[in-house]
Design a protein around this ligand. Structure first.
Ligand code: PLP
Length: 457
């Protein structure tokens, strides 16, 4: 394998790999970028040709402890030798899974009780929707099946989770969204607020629009609302002042469960342990993945709060074992990786680190980019940030989509040595580097972004 050169690897890649979110025919013809990644350390990743980039997106906002973390690698090697896998069906357990579930429940706090494990954010959200249905069925409310999410929300790309996702890119030509899903307003103040509307007033309007949707559908038909504390893939959009409090009040009024999708925000990224804590959300179910293991191995979790857990227990008393699970629910090796990851997160005091460098990152981005003639908005929280490019920022006029300004800017940024992501909506470049990032590395990203935006102008 080591003798194969870049071109040979590219040839195999183009001939055999079915890449996600890719122009398939163009890729087969060799008309798309085709870097073959080969190694990484800290916040840097490099390809087979030795070209090194600062990974400003942490893989896909997942390599939170950075590349080359020896503690996680060791834990995986040791667990693989000892016991790579034992299923956890019908009450069988393993040490890594028991310790990990306890660590997650304690890290979230509030009234969380149990963790159901999966392998991806998508499968965790799929589980969550099934549990919402089971919950309402057990309580004798079988009509409560509709799930509300937001336009520009992202919750996965399966049939149900892809429907929850509120981005046309994931629906078009797949006959999605499914009938059970409804979408409500995107809480993006810069783009959606009316002239003179305060953030609080805009949040109240979002909550009113949610309430109007619930009333139009019939509250007796709505089972749950799902949302990311900070909208991620839809553009990295922190909520406006008062948003979650206003939304929570509407959900409480109509007996609608709240699922907090913490796949991106969880485990310190926002400067709180979870985005829910930052914004005062009181979720009934919480989705975690990505930063749970820093992507060293795939693992996700549905953290279940008291309200839902007690009904699940009641249901199985009455109807027998719960018919839901994957072979790899609670995969031993993945759980060991996640456990080691959470250990590193605590030992390195990542939460304090994010609270220290996060504000620096936000200030620097604003100082260098706010007010630029094509910058509409510089936004973010913790170590999560975005720059939205607009033809006319003051009038809020975007560039014409066919110009692909965001995609071209991300390509220029890469030439400037930094990986940022052209988000799949509008011309927004997103950043979510490993949480271990240092100030001088933040400076590199900010400088490269400023140069990129200048070159795009
Ligand atoms: N939820 C959120 C908020 C996400 O950002 C993602 C992925 O980016 C998912 C769910 C889906 O996770 P996965 O890609 O692991 O299925």
């Amino acid at each position: 394998l080591s003798n194969l050169g870049t071109e040979q690897l590219q040839e195999k890649d183009r001939s055999y790999v079915f890449h996600p979110s890719t122009y398939l025919a163009k890729h087969s013809r060799g008309e798309t970028p085709n870097r073959i990644m080969a190694g990484a350390e800290g916040v840097y990743i490099w390809d087979t040709e030795g070209r090194k980039s600062l990974d400003g997106f942490g893989g896909l906002y997942c390599v939170n402890m950075g590349y080359g973390c020896a503690e996680i690698a060791e834990a995986i090697a040791q667990q693989a030798r000892e016991l790579p896998f034992a299923h956890v069906y019908a009450g069988q357990g393993t040490k890594p899974v028991a310790l990990l579930a306890e660590a997650i429940v304690e890290y979230f706090g509030q009234n969380m009780r149990r963790v159901f494990f999966g392998l991806s954010g998508s499968d965790a959200n799929e589980t969550n929707i099934k549990l919402v249905w089971y919950y309402h069925n057990i309580l004798g409310l079988p009509q409560k099946k509709k799930i509300i999410s937001r336009l520009r929300g992202y919750h996965g790309s399966g049939l149900v989770t892809g429907s929850l996702t509120g981005l046309p890119f994931f629906h078009d030509h797949f006959d999605l969204p499914l009938e059970i899903v409804r979408h409500t307003t995107t809480p993006h103040y810069y783009r959606q607020a009316q002239d003179g509307e305060s953030e609080e007033a805009f949040s109240k309007r979002c909550a009113d629009e949610l309430e109007a949707l619930i009333l139009a559908e019939g509250p007796e038909t709505v089972g749950a609302f799902i949302g990311e504390p900070v909208l991620g893939t839809g553009g990295i959009i922190p909520p406006p002042q008062g948003y979650w409090t206003a939304i929570q009040a509407v959900l409480d009024k109509y007996n609608i469960l709240l699922i907090a999708d913490e796949v991106v925000c969880g485990f310190d990224r926002t400067g709180e342990k979870f985005g829910s804590h930052l914004y005062g959300m009181r979720p009934d179910i919480v989705t975690v993945a990505k930063g749970l293991s820093s992507a060293y191995l795939p693992i996700s979790g549905s953290i279940i709060g008291e309200r839902v857990w007690s009904v699940l227990e009641q249901g199985t008393e009455k109807h027998g074992a719960l018919g839901h699970g994957w072979t790899y629910s609670g995969h031993t090796l993945c759980a060991a990786a996640a456990l080691a990851n959470l250990d590193v997160l605590k030992k390195k005091n990542i939460l304090e680190h994010v609270r220290d460098v996060g504000p620096y990152w936000q200030e620097q981005m604003k100082a260098k980019l706010d007010g630029h003639p094509i910058v509409g908005e510089v936004r973010g929280v913790g170590i999560l940030s975005a720059v939205e490019l607009m033809r006319d920022p003051k009038q809020r006029i975007p560039f014409e989509p066919n110009l692909q300004v965001g995609v071209r800017a991300a390509a220029t940024l890469l030439e400037n040595g930094v990986i940022g992501r052209a988000m799949p909506h509008a011309d927004t470049i997103g950043f979510a580097p490993p949480l271990i990032i240092k100030r001088n590395e933040i400076d590199i990203i900010v400088d490269a972004t400023a140069r990129t935006v200048d070159a795009t102008y």
